[in-house]
Design a protein around this ligand. Structure first.
Ligand SMILES: Cc1cc2nc3c(=O)[nH]c(=O)nc-3n(C[C@H](O)[C@H](O)[C@H](O)COP(=O)(O)OP(=O)(O)OC[C@H]3O[C@@H](n4cnc5c(N)ncnc54)[C@H](O)[C@@H]3O)c2cc1C
Length: 55
């Protein structure tokens, strides 16, 4: 994240992988491992760690 001037905040990314399904999640993982900064927007509900259903 880069901070702009005059109270503005800018987020900068190298790539956008839309949707945190298996395809988008894997793409973001691969890009991150290569040192890039991907954005991974997801339209679904926010799922907190430890709140997924368990059997
Ligand atoms: C009922 C069912 C059972 C299945 N069972 C199996 C199985 O047993 N084994 C198997 O290998 N495969 C199975 N599949 C197939 C598997 O689910 C898909 O092949 C796989 O999930 C596809 O991955 P994906 O990342 O392309 O899409 P998805 O997993 O569908 O992920 C897409 C993501 O993008 C998000 N999204 C969509 N549009 C936007 C937008 N405009 N902005 C932001 N986010 C967005 C969605 O919320 C979602 O999280 C099954 C599919 C179904 C429907």
């Amino acid at each position: 994240m880069k901070r702009g001037g005059a109270g503005t905040t800018q987020n900068t990314f190298d790539a956008i992988a839309t949707g945190a399904g298996i395809s988008g999640g894997w793409a973001a993982k691969e890009l991150t491992e290569k040192g890039l900064r991907p954005s991974l927007p997801e339209r679904g509900r926010d799922v907190k760690h430890g709140t997924t259903p368990r059997r």
